[in-house]
Design a protein around this ligand. Structure first.
Ligand SMILES: NC(=O)c1ccc[n+]([C@@H]2O[C@H](COP(=O)([O-])OP(=O)(O)OC[C@H]3O[C@@H](n4cnc5c(N)ncnc54)[C@H](O)[C@@H]3O)[C@@H](O)[C@H]2O)c1
Ligand SMILES: [Zn+2]
Length: 343
C-alpha cells in the first residue's frame, strides 16, 4: 500500500508498505481519505525526534485522519461498511489503570499514530479498533472529520478550564492549537476570548470567529487590553498555547483572583513560573495531554454548526503531492492553519 514514510530526519518518501496490524472481531478496516499535517509530523521530519521519541527506523507519518469503512469485524456494532468515520489516533491498553480511571490518554502504554515506534495513518488503509472509530454524520465532510483531532485538544483545554457561562478567556498563541482552544472556549460558554500572537495573519483568522478579539503583541500591550476589558479584574481563564518561554513570566497577570490557567503549549526547555504570584491569586493550574472521551463531543459541535473548522483548512494536496505538502508545511506560512492530504 502506498504510504508517506519518514525514513530518517529530513528524508521522506512515498513508499509501498504492508497494511499494518491484523483484523480482529473488534476492529474495522478503513480506506483513509483525509489526513491533516500536524506540527509534530513536521517536527519529526525536520528534527528526527520530539523529546524522548526518536525516529530510529522508517515510520509512516500522520495521525489526524478520516476515512471510509471497507470491512468490519464480526463483533462491531454501530458501524457499517461505507460509513464515513474519523479515527482517534491514541489506543490505550483497555485494562490499564489509566483506562479504568477514564484518563486513557495518560496510559503509559498508549500507542499513538506516528509517535516512534508506532506507524501513522498516511497509508491507503488502516486497521483500527472500532471503539476509537467514530461515525461522521451526513453533514460532516471527510475534510472536517480530519479536523476533529486538533479540535479535540481545544475541547480538552476548555473542559480543563471548567468554563462557566460568561467567563472571559485569554488564549496565548494563535497557531492551530490556539485557534482550536479559542473556538472551544467560546463553544464552552465564554462571553469573549482574547487571543494573542505575533503574526497578524493568524490573528485575523482567529478574529473571524464571533466573540474572539485578536491582540497583536508586537503592536499592542495585551495585559493592558485585558485589564481594561475586565474593569481591572482580569480574565477568568488563561489558556497557554504558544509554548514560547517569554510568555510564562507574565501569565499570572492576565488572571483574575481565583482564576484558572490551562497549559497546552509545550516549551522545548523547562521554564520558570512564579509560585508566589500564583498563590497570591490562588490560581488553579491545569494541563492538557491530548484528550480523552472528547471525539464524540467534537463531532457533535461540528455537526450542529456550533464550531466551523472548514475555514481553518488552508490547503489540500492530493496524495501523490504529499512531499510538496510537507515542504509547504515546513515553510510555516503565517496564513496556513491546517494543510491536509487527500487520498
Ligand atoms: N498539550 C498537548 O496535548 C498538545 C497537543 C498539540 C500541540 N501542543 C503544543 O501546543 C503548542 C501550539 O501548537 P501549534 O501546533 O498551534 O503550534 P504553532 O507554532 O502553530 O503555534 C504557536 C503560535 O504561538 C505564537 N507565538 C510565539 N510567540 C508568542 C508570544 N510571545 N505571544 C503570543 N504568541 C506567540 C506563534 O506565532 C504561533 O502562531 C506547541 O507548543 C505544541 O507543542 C500541545
Ligand atoms: Zn495533531
Amino acid at each position: 500500500m502506498k504510504s508517506v514514510v519518514l525514513e530518517k530526519q529530513g528524508k521522506m518518501a512515498i513508499k509501498d508498505m504492508p497494511l499494518q496490524g491484523e483484523m480482529t472481531p473488534e476492529s474495522v478496516r478503513i480506506a483513509v481519505k483525509n489526513v491533516g499535517i500536524c506540527g509534530s509530523d513536521v517536527h519529526y521530519y525536520t528534527h528526527g525526534r520530539i523529546g524522548p521519541f526518536i525516529v530510529d527506523a522508517p515510520m509512516i507519518l500522520g495521525h489526524e485522519a478520516s476515512g471510509v469503512i471497507v470491512e468490519i469485524g464480526k463483533n462491531v456494532k454501530g458501524l457499517a461498511v461505507g460509513d464515513k468515520v474519523c479515527m482517534e489516533p491514541g489506543i490505550p491498553n483497555a485494562k490499564s489503570r489509566a483506562s479504568k480511571l477514564g484518563i486513557y490518554n495518560l496510559d503509559p502504554d498508549v500507542q499513538f499514530w506516528a509517535t516512534p515506534p508506532v506507524h501513522g495513518c498516511l497509508i491507503e488503509e488502516v486497521i483500527h479498533p472500532a471503539e476509537f472509530t467514530f461515525k461522521l454524520p451526513e453533514q460532516v465532510s471527510l475534510a472536517e472529520g480530519a479536523m476533529v483531532e486538533p479540535l479535540a485538544i481545544g475541547l480538552q483545554a476548555a473542559k480543563k478550564a471548567a468554563i462557566t457561562p460568561g467567563d472571559v478567556a485569554v488564549v496565548i498563541g494563535a497557531g492551530t492549537i490556539g485557534i482550536m482552544c479559542a473556538i472551544s472556549a467560546m463553544a464552552g460558554g465564554c462571553s469573549r476570548v482574547f487571543i494573542t500572537d505575533v503574526k497578524r495573519e493568524k490573528l485575523d483568522i482567529a478574529a473571524s470567529y464571533p466573540g474572539i478579539t485578536a491582540i497583536d503583541v508586537t503592536k499592542e500591550n495585551p495585559l493592558e487590553i485585558v485589564k481594561k476589558a475586565t474593569g481591572n479584574w482580569g480574565a477568568d481563564v488563561v489558556i497557554e498555547c504558544s509554548g514560547a518561554p517569554a510568555v510564562y513570566k507574565d501569565i499570572t497577570e492576565y488572571c483574575c483572583p481565583g482564576g484558572r490557567i490551562v497549559l497546552v503549549g509545550i516549551p522545548i526547555d523547562p521554564v520558570p513560573m512564579d509560585i508566589a504570584r500564583i498563590q497570591a491569586k490562588e490560581l488553579d493550574i491545569s494541563s492538557v495531554f491530548r484528550y480523552a472521551n472528547i471525539y464524540p463531543r467534537a463531532i457533535e459541535l461540528i455537526a450542529s454548526g456550533q464550531i466551523d473548522v472548514k475555514k481553518l483548512i488552508s490547503g489540500t494536496f492530493p496524495f501523490k503531492q504529499s512531499l510538496a505538502a510537507f515542504e509547504r508545511a515546513c515553510e510555516m506560512r503565517a496564513g496556513d492553519v491546517k494543510l491536509q492530504i487527500e487520498l
